[in-house]
Design a binder for this molecule. Structure first.
Ligand SMILES: O=C(CO)[C@H](O)[C@H](O)COP(=O)(O)O
Length: 226
């Protein structure tokens, strides 16, 4: 089975968790897109809170009613993908540069379900470079401070994320630095150090946020809890 089939399986299983009347956080990325498509097929009366402009556009095209995060008191259930799922359902997210809106929606949610293909499940976080969202003003200086932190954790300096058409800009108008590490042995310590840097808006370490994971595997969907 291809990784995309596994993503689809996980997305479809997550769509079954949704009930009419819910406010649902809609994640970003290819796995979350499978969830949004499966949710649309169910034609439930829900309101979706999108975590990116791309997801908002997809949901709108599929006829899902949308609400802004500030238009709802709380989100009943958020379903989103991840770049890595590590011990205790610690996550790296932000490969799609949507980590800030994703984290805001996750933190406003009563229940968070992460969906992924089997290869995303790892024993140690860090093979996937950790995305860090920074404000544009003075970002070269912020990048230097990030390099200092990386050195403390014996990691190489983070790199500004570029795409074919130039620097990657998030939906919020910020930039992304990616910290390649190989392994993150102290995710909580690194998360705190990154968050303390002026100019850092947030980072892609999602710790103690996921309530469960639905992994698409060749043997079917496997449910994991912290
Ligand atoms: O965090 C994300 C976007 O910011 C995505 O959920 C993550 O990158 C996984 O993407 P995909 O489902 O396409 O593998």
């Amino acid at each position: 089975m291809s990784a995309d089939d596994q993503k689809r399986q996980a997305g479809e299983a997550a769509a079954e968790l949704v009930e009419s009347g819910m406010v649902v956080g809609l994640g970003t990325g290819s796995t979350a897109a499978w969830f949004v498509k499966a949710l649309a097929v169910r034609k439930l009366h829900i309101r979706g809170v999108p975590t990116s402009d791309a997801t908002a556009n997809l949901a709108r095209e599929l006829g899902i009613s949308l609400a802004a995060l500030d238009d709802v008191k709380a989100v009943d259930l958020t379903v989103d993908g991840a770049d890595e799922i590590g011990p205790g359902l610690s996550l790296i997210k932000g490969g799609g540069a949507a980590l800030l809106r994703e984290k805001l929606v996750w933190e406003a949610s009563r229940r968070c379900v992460v969906i992924a293909d089997a290869a995303k499940h790892v024993t140690v976080l860090g093979k996937f470079p950790l995305p860090i969202e920074v404000v544009r003003f003075g970002h070269v200086h912020t990048g230097q401070r990030l390099a200092d932190i990386a050195a403390e954790f014996e990691l190489p300096p983070p790199r500004l994320r570029m795409a074919d058409r130039g620097v990657v800009v998030t939906d919020g108008g910020n930039l992304i630095y990616d910290m390649a590490s190989g392994r993150i042995d102290e995710p909580a310590g690194l998360a705190a150090a990154l968050k303390a840097v002026t100019g850092v808006v947030d980072h892609g370490l999602f710790l103690d946020l996921a309530d469960e994971a639905l992994l698409g595997t060749d043997a079917g969907v496997v449910r994991l809890t912290p």
